[in-house]
Write a protein that binds this ligand. Structure first.
Ligand SMILES: Nc1ncnc2c1ncn2[C@@H]1O[C@H](COP(=O)(O)OP(=O)(O)OP(=O)(O)O)[C@@H](O)[C@H]1O
Ligand SMILES: [Mg+2]
Length: 237
């Protein structure tokens, strides 16, 4: 279970997250929605330990400070294009391997390559393992990025707009995959989405952020318009 408690992030005098509380049980796919600039990416980065928090705590199954428990997936996929798909997935394990393995991919141990193959199989791309990463389509590359995250053996996957660059069919595939990882593998999955209709179709629950706060938290098929309406009196809040 991922527990974010009282997360506050400031940039200088500006408070971009204001005491955010979110709990995500294992087995759940939570979608995070909200207008541009409301703090969604900052929340994910804070959860992953990539963003210093002014106040608040992050725990995974009761433990604090275990960055390997959380794996990130991004809109910009960040594969190493000239390396094979398999090497890219193996790289997901670098955080838990001795440093020398990062120097040359041939040093990836055989057990790791087998585990990476299993992760690729999980995302339906085992047959592309030996292709160069840049030979794959965007949707396939995003599934490789999910496989790379799995190779980290995380308990939580944090995905920031994982489908914003994908066409509708590829988006469906990636979101269905994230749902499966939650429901079948028991991961806690958190994904920032910009399309309420995709959240309604795939997520178990949504939270809506507005101006650095959780404005709504509940079933994915609720009316989310309030998140995107201009503020009536922002200065009063
Ligand atoms: N490194 C930074 N320094 C200063 N301000 C920042 C920094 N990163 C983000 N912000 C500000 O924090 C606020 C929240 O940004 P964040 O990227 O979390 O928004 P978001 O909800 O992910 O938006 P989008 O939908 O556009 O991706 C914004 O006002 C942004 O300008
Ligand atoms: Mg963002």
């Amino acid at each position: 279970m991922l527990v974010l408690s009282g997360i506050t992030v400031r940039y200088g005098p500006r408070e971009v997250l204001r005491g955010v509380d979110v709990t995500v049980p294992r087995g759940e796919f939570l979608a995070v929605l909200g207008a541009n600039g409301c703090g969604k990416s900052t929340l994910l980065r804070a959860a992953a330990g990539l963003e210093p928090v002014a106040e608040g705590t992050v725990t995974v199954d009761g433990r604090a400070g275990d960055p390997l428990a959380l794996a990130m997936v991004f809109q910009q996929i960040h594969l190493v294009h000239r390396r094979t798909v398999l090497d890219n997935v193996c790289a997901g394990a670098l955080g838990r391997l001795p440093l020398r393995h990062s120097l040359h991919p041939r040093l990836f141990p055989r057990e790791l390559r087998e585990e990476a193959m299993a992760c690729l199989d999980r995302v339906g791309l085992a047959d592309r393992a030996h292709d160069r990463a840049d030979r794959l389509s965007g949707g396939q590359q995003q599934r490789v990025a999910v496989a790379r995250a799995l190779c980290q053996r995380p308990e939580v996957i944090l995905a920031d707009e994982p489908v914003s660059a994908l066409d509708p069919a590829a988006s469906e595939q990636v979101l269905a995959l994230l749902t499966e990882l939650a429901h079948q593998e028991g991961l806690a999955v958190v994904a920032v989405l910009h399309q309420p209709v995709l959240a309604a179709r795939h997520a178990d629950r949504v939270i809506g952020l507005r101006d650095g706060r959780v404005l709504l938290d509940g079933p994915p098929d609720q009316n989310l318009d309030i998140l995107y309406q201009p503020a009536l009196a922002e200065s009063v809040s």
